[in-house]
Write a protein that binds this ligand. Structure first.
Ligand code: SF4
Ligand code: SF4
Length: 344
């Protein structure tokens, strides 16, 4: 059922939610809009194209404690669970898509990641359709669009002086019937569907330039191409692309112990770092930038779709396009590889 909510009521709802859970929302600081914890709706930026940081920071955080252990004669272990409930507001369709892609990796196989699962269970995702896609956005390349609701529990679409709203999951319906009671009104269904259609068909100019069709198959025969040597020369190995990417999920597990007790934690790592694949013996299967750059793009455009049935490990959020200091990004690689093959 489609509903509407007035901006003041939406702010009231967010204020109410912030009282008993962590509220994460777009907020501007030093001229940059990031997805970050806020205390109230007054801190939220409602007018932005996309956030510099993504929902990954709150479902698969940069660093997280997993367990404590004591080794005073006998070993005892205490798991640390991420119990706190959180609500993430203002997620763009590309980030909603990234959650679906991460779910496949961390929840979809024989083993699921307990910490990620707990955070997913404890997190309410409120999406916000894109009014003005940035010139680095290319979600449509992968079949998403500015109104795509993906993994959202509730999806919002700015519609003139109000928001169109749709609850898509039980968690979303609980929000509308619980803390949101009395704040939403029924919408005219036909008019609401027209608003959704207009967002789905919104122009994404950069998306038209980047055609990913068939690249997974092309890359099957591209592993040894000179191209990887050529483009990797300009990479400075900073890892920015992997840290800002909502779908990159390499991590490092570390135990730190002192005085008979210790902590196991994990933190993000990056396939763009030389030491990422370095073994205790000193051997390193990806010794140069060529192997590391190739790995990142092959993973997103060939290994992932081969393993998980078609989807690419990229949502066209454009963060790497905007933030790689040397302009080496996935949209350019897609164009190059397809161009190279077209002229081969
Ligand atoms: S590879 Fe780049 S465009 Fe694709 S999801 Fe990651 S940061 Fe966004
Ligand atoms: S591709 Fe760009 S952002 Fe990524 S590690 Fe290389 S220089 Fe840094």
């Amino acid at each position: 059922m489609l509903m509407t909510i007035a901006p003041d009521n939406l702010k009231n709802l967010l204020d109410k939610l912030a009282r008993d859970r962590l509220l994460v929302a777009p907020s501007m600081e030093d001229g940059v809009t990031r997805l970050k914890p806020v205390h109230s709706a007054a801190e939220i930026a409602f007018d932005y194209s996309n956030t510099a940081t993504s929902i990954k920071d709150f479902l698969f955080p940069q660093s997280e404690d997993l367990l404590r252990f004591v080794t005073d004669g006998t070993l005892s272990i205490e798991e640390i669970k991420p119990e706190r409930a959180q609500v993430a507001f203002g997620l763009r369709p590309c980030d909603l898509a990234s959650v679906a892609l991460m779910d496949k990796v961390l929840l979809g196989g024989e083993f699921s990641d307990a910490h990620y699962q707990t955070r997913r269970n404890n997190t309410l995702l409120i999406g916000l359709a894109c009014e003005n896609p940035a010139d680095t956005c290319f979600c449509t390349t992968y079949g998403y669009n500015p109104g795509w609701a993906g993994a959202a529990d509730v999806m919002l679409y700015k519609d003139g002086d109000k928001y169109l709203a749709e609850a898509l999951t039980d968690k979303g319906r609980e929000l509308v019937g619980g803390p949101g009671e009395g704040l939403f009104k029924p919408a005219d269904e036909a008019a609401g569907e027209a608003v959704k259609k207009a967002y789905a068909e919104k122009d994404v100019p950069f998306g038209k330039e980047v055609d990913v069709q068939g690249i997974d198959k092309i890359l099957d025969g591209f592993f040894y191409d000179q191209y990887w040597d050529d483009i990797s020369k300009k990479c400075i190995g900073c890892g920015t692309c992997t840290y800002v990417c909502p779908t990159c999920h390499c991590f490092l597990l570390t135990d730190e112990a002192r005085g008979g007790q210790g902590l196991r934690f994990r933190c993000w790592d990056s396939c763009m770092f030389a030491n990422y694949t370095k073994m205790a013996s000193g051997a390193n299967p990806r010794p140069t930038k060529k192997e590391r750059v190739r790995q990142r793009f092959m993973h997103k455009l060939n290994y992932y779709p081969n393993r998980y049935g078609g989807s690419y490990l990229c949502t066209g959020c454009g963060r790497c396009v905007a933030m790689c200091p040397v302009g080496l990004h996935i949209a350019g690689v897609i164009k190059d590889v397809k161009g190279v093959k077209a002229h081969a």
